[in-house]
Design a protein around this ligand. Structure first.
Ligand code: ADP
Ligand code: MG
Length: 248
């Protein structure tokens, strides 16, 4: 972990009663990096993401993003500091159109200079932002579809677009390919690869083909501890990782 890491988590601890779900976890994500977090079911991956995004309070440890201390900040303050997440469960407003969802997200994260614009320029700026987000996630052809009626893969792309509206420096993705068929998975891999230019990514994913294709670095969680952390070749060749997770 270098002093210049974009994101640093130090000694994170979370207990659920007698269960140590997060056991002194250190984690760093560098600028431009896709860092994958893998591990068996119940290893503590979602708990870790919830601690990072502020959905769960920490029992110990500290977090910083780009030198800004996040420890103790509420989730929305962490979003403002540059941390955005995409949920495993689709968080879109199902009864609204794709465009309305994107406009709402763009408005929620509009900068402070925004209120000095005339109403017309403000509306144009929101529309431009919403259209650019739709373009990024390849939903420009579905703007007027009701979000809840989109196929699963398209809904997940919309989730990602909503998280991107916050213009994150670090994007947390908790199993973005869950429940997807091969075609949708390939599209999600291509999207995540494209996002690398905009934001660092912490990716939780069970699809090892996707992980090994995308990740610059992989950290393996087991019983709440970081079992190993390194590049893809290192992780693939790590005997303990093979034993507990890769099953080879
Ligand atoms: P993963 O995402 O890697 O599958 P989780 O972070 O969901 O793992 O869970 C880690 C451990 O913490 C599991 O043993 C799980 O049962 C437990 N756990 C998770 N959330 C809670 C909670 N809110 N209350 C009690 N135990 C929890
Ligand atoms: Mg999980």
């Amino acid at each position: 972990m270098s002093a210049a890491s974009l994101f640093q988590a130090r000694g994170l601890v979370k207990r659920f009663g007698g269960l140590l779900a997060t056991d002194h976890v250190d984690l760093a994500v560098e600028k431009g990096e896709i860092h994958a977090l893998i591990g068996p079911n119940g290893a503590g991956k979602s708990t870790l993401v919830n601690l990072i995004s502020g959905l769960l309070p920490l029992d110990g440890g500290s977090l910083s993003l780009d030198g800004v201390e996040l420890t103790g900040l509420a989730p929305h303050q962490r979003v403002r500091a540059g941390l955005s997440r995409c949920f495993q469960v689709t968080s879109v407003f199902g009864h609204d159109t794709v465009l309305d969802n994107l406009l709402l997200a763009a408005q929620a994260h509009a900068g402070s200079s925004f209120r000095f614009l005339s109403r017309r320029s403000a509306e144009k700026e929101l529309m431009d932002t919403a259209l650019a987000l739709a373009e990024t996630v390849d939903l420009a052809g579905a703007l007027h579809r009701i979000a809840g009626t989109l196929p699963h893969g398209a809904q997940r792309k919309l989730d990602v677009a909503l998280a991107l509206a916050a213009r994150p420096r670090l994007l947390l993705l908790d199993e973005p390919m869950a429940g997807m068929g091969p075609e949708d998975s390939l599209q999600m891999v291509a999207l995540i690869e494209k996002l690398r230019a905009q934001t660092a990514i912490l990716l939780i994913e069970h699809d090892m083909d996707a992980v090994f294709q995308l990740a610059d670095r992989v950290s393996v969680l087991d019983y709440g501890r970081v079992l190993a952390s390194g590049d893809v070749d290192y992780i693939k060749g790590h005997p303990e990782v093979q034993a507990v997770y890769l099953g080879t």
